[in-house]
Design a protein around this ligand. Structure first.
Ligand SMILES: Cc1cc2nc3c(=O)[nH]c(=O)nc-3n(C[C@H](O)[C@H](O)[C@H](O)COP(=O)(O)OP(=O)(O)OC[C@H]3O[C@@H](n4cnc5c(N)ncnc54)[C@H](O)[C@@H]3O)c2cc1C
Length: 461
């Protein structure tokens, strides 16, 4: 049994940087990773998807260059090349992350699967076949999440795709059926439509991205339908059957009626489930909720003193920047003796459809539910000079404000560079800059951000 000061399970977005900093702070540290350093973000999430989203955008621009006076004839999509570019970028990022860990003194990187065997003791089934026993007073669980697969009749007979395996395709599906009209499903749906697939999206709720305000769902639905993506809402897949010849027939229940859709590939994108089960958490006394997420307090500590959970394996928003921020909170509390918590931290995010949706703070629906006094400022991208000049006026900017304090409570920007514009508003929120100040602020012309003047001029006092 090897004794460490700190053990980290999972080299994800919190685990890797935390391990390096703890080791540098003098703690004898071990980090255990069962697959690849960098976790989901680098290997199966943000990095590969955004790489492929860029290829899809290039195809879209080539197909739609005519209105800007540029004729592109006979362009084609080279899927093996798109995949290779994605793989190269992922490998580079992964290797960079791994080298950073390997060159850190005081830090052991073990490739294998960690399982708790008792109170703060861990057994690692090394990928080499051997086993190792470790122990530490401080343990950090950063094991992330994996795609959730719903129980649907026939699902295991059709070779369905998930968010990881779809990026291994070296061909363009003829007809991709996407189960789940949320962030991941829509990013992939639009991407493969732009590569040339026929795409159908099935969403159980009454609208896609149902966590967002209705006007965002509506505008996004129009944007995707304009690209000839079929969207069925209030619909769920109830059965799959593989036909001879390879095609798949999906039975869809929609508004109480059954419908059959023939497709070539099915992508399951209905959410993610925490990787906590195989950790044998009972043996060390760590509690999980009914969905398997590790229960933590607002300093990210579990019910067992000295054991922490960071990133997607705990409840709450599942984003790379949140996992990374978890690491900075835990590290600064432990080593710099600060008293930071995850309460009230900003949770910005961006959906990388094209145009993007950048979001921060309260939505209009959330403000309504809270029963607070609020006003909504809204500006269509068709009124944004830069959008007109660039030739893409899809979407709108929207902000929820407090009419008394003039503070910005939240924002949604669906448009080109929507994530970047949202970030300008996030900075304003963090610095308590009022919408009146932004209304009369001098911004460089003609930027998308310049239109924040007009967004807030749209508010009548
Ligand atoms: C398709 C897709 C696109 C995404 N796009 C974005 C985006 O654009 N922006 C964004 O912010 N977020 C995005 N996300 C979410 C983001 O990837 C995750 O929120 C983030 O990676 C969470 O990191 P983490 O640190 O919690 O865990 P992870 O990065 O998942 O790392 C967990 C690690 O733990 C390892 N592990 C698990 N169990 C064990 C064990 N028992 N022993 C040893 N090792 C173990 C795993 O192999 C893994 O490497 C996307 C996700 C997906 C799937």
């Amino acid at each position: 049994m090897k004794q460490y000061d700190a053990i980290i399970i999972g080299a994800g977005q919190a685990g890797g940087p935390l391990a390096r900093k703890l080791a540098a702070a003098g703690k004898k540290t071990a980090i255990i990773e069962k697959r690849w350093v960098g976790g989901t973000c680098v290997n199966d999430g943000c990095t590969p998807t955004k790489t492929m989203v860029a290829s899809a955008k290039m195809a879209y621009l080539a197909a739609n260059s005519g209105p800007l006076g540029v004729k592109i004839k006979n362009f084609s999509v080279d899927m093996p090349k798109i995949k290779k570019r994605k793989d190269d970028i992922v490998h580079q990022a992964r290797e960079g992350n791994q080298k950073g860990i390997e060159k850190t003194q005081n830090l052991d990187l073990l490739f294998g699967e960690a399982v708790f065997t008792g109170e703060k003791t861990i057994s690692v089934k090394l990928n080499s076949g051997r086993e190792k026993e470790l122990k530490a007073d401080l343990i950090f669980i950063n094991t992330g999440a994996k795609p959730f697969v719903p129980e649907i009749e026939g699902i295991n007979d059709i070779g369905y795709l998930d968010s990881t395996s779809i990026m291994e395709l070296d061909h363009i599906p003829e007809h991709l059926l996407v189960i789940g009209g949320n962030y991941i499903g829509l990013e992939f749906g639009q991407m493969f439509r732009r590569f040339g697939s026929k795409v159908t999206v099935i969403e159980r709720s009454g609208r896609i991205v149902s966590r967002e305000d209705e006007d965002i769902s509506e505008a996004l639905t129009k944007i995707l339908k304009d690209e000839k993506i079929a969207i069925h809402t209030n619909a769920s897949a109830t059965r799959f059957k593989k036909k001879t010849g390879g095609n798949i027939v999906a039975t869809i229940s929609k508004d109480g009626k059954e419908e059959k859709i023939k497709c070539s590939h099915v992508l399951i994108a209905v959410g993610r489930t925490p990787q906590s089960k195989s950790l044998n958490l009972d043996s060390t006394g760590v509690k999980v909720d009914d969905k398997g997420f590790i229960i933590i307090n607002d300093k990210l500590e579990t019910n067992v003193k000295g054991i922490y959970a960071l990133g997607d394996v705990k409840p709450g928003p599942a984003f790379t920047h949140i996992s990374y921020n978890d690491y900075t909170i835990v590290y600064r509390n432990l080593i710099e003796k600060q008293k930071l918590t995850i309460k009230d931290r900003p949770v910005p995010y961006c959906m990388f459809t094209d145009p993007q949706l950048g979001r921060i703070g309260l939505s209009e629906n959330e403000a309504k539910k809270l029963g607070i006094k609020y006003k909504v400022a809204k500006l269509p991208m068709a009124h944004v000079a830069r959008a007109i000049e660039t030739g893409d006026t899809r979407g709108f900017m929207k902000a929820v404000v407090d009419p008394d304090t003039k503070k910005i409570l939240g924002a949604a920007v669906l448009g080109q560079e929507g994530g970047e514009i949202m970030t300008v508003l996030q900075m304003a929120m963090m610095g308590n800059i009022t919408y009146e100040q932004i209304r009369y602020c001098v911004f460089a012309h003609p930027l998308y951000a310049e239109s924040l003047n007009n967004l807030f001029l749209a508010l009548e006092d």
